[in-house]
Design a protein around this ligand. Sequence first.
Ligand code: GLY
Length: 404
Amino acid sequence: MIYQPITSFFKATLALIVLLSLSQFCFSQKLNYIPKKKVLSAINRNIEDATTQYKFLKNTIPKNKLPRTFENGRLITSNSDWWCSGFYPGTLFYLFELTRDSVLKTEGLRNLILLEKEQYNKGTHDLGFMINNSFGIANQLFPNKSYQNILITSAQSLASRFDPKVGCIRSWNNKKPGDFLVIIDNMMNLELLFNATKLSGDSTYYKIAIKHANTTMSNHFRSDYSSYHVLEYNTETGKPLLKRTDQGFGNESAWARGQAWGLYGFTMMYTETKNKKYLDFANHIANFIITNPNLPADQIPYWDFDVPKNPQTYRDASAAAIIASALIELAKFNKAGLATKYLTVAEKIILQFSTHQYKSANGQNGGFLLKHSVGSLPHNSEVDVPLTYADYYYVEAMKRYLNL
Ligand code: GLY
């Protein structure tokens, strides 16, 4: 009898050792992958061209505005409160990191001044996109206290939208009282919360990120690991009332960018927490995307996986760029077979983006890098145009590939 606790103690210790070694294996194995010469040389050319293009774009933007898209021969700009305002400076910083061209850095820093006030914006869930993808990158490249304070204040503003009963951060604001809308895109804003915990030591942000991701895992996904776009929650019960779309083809369809946000979001959850349940989940989402019979051979999805197709059906380069970047990250955490599958898809996307079909010629396309993205087809908004976030994740994907 007296030996029972000791035996249990040994069993528990042994289990812990096995678990720790397994988890070590899961997230620290070395990816033995040899990047393809053809892809590397395409990337080098693309980065050179992207630098030329973004300098061209810089010279067309009014100084108090941020670029948004280029439509019918006209540059469309936004103010800093538009959800995409962080992508332009973020892309400039990525390109600076790759080229050390100081013009890009100066232009990126100038844009941060326009964005700074958004740290106090509690009216949007998009602070991750706006602040983490701009100030977050600036802080990695040129760490300083002022950027860190802006990141923490932005995380406080984002966290103010969290409802413990629902277990989520509110995405869109109420149209009717009692509305609590959460979109799959919101997974992307959680990285800001993880960064705020690292910078401040306050675990509140980390816990909110985990809760939001877990609620999203339980409610936002179908059994095939495709996701709904919008969930309407009841704030009294905390339960979802309605699952639907806003930017997709139908309530039961798989809106391409939504699938991409989910893939990227759960990959990031694993990067940040090393909890294997997020790795498994991201792998399931990846499997839905890359084995989807409606994914064209060039791996650039139609704007919705379930839209009826004809030769005019639009592709969404932004979804492909996000998928490529996420798959390169996800490959790092998987065994060789799966990693190679993911990297092969990412390579195809990058190579396709290196052709004239998707890549803009210098001085064309308003200075944006990629053509053929879709903002929101049901709203007839930004259809078949360049978008700042397509450019951002495209450059990020190439940077991640070079880091392999
Ligand atoms: N978060 C908005 C979009 O993906 O269009």
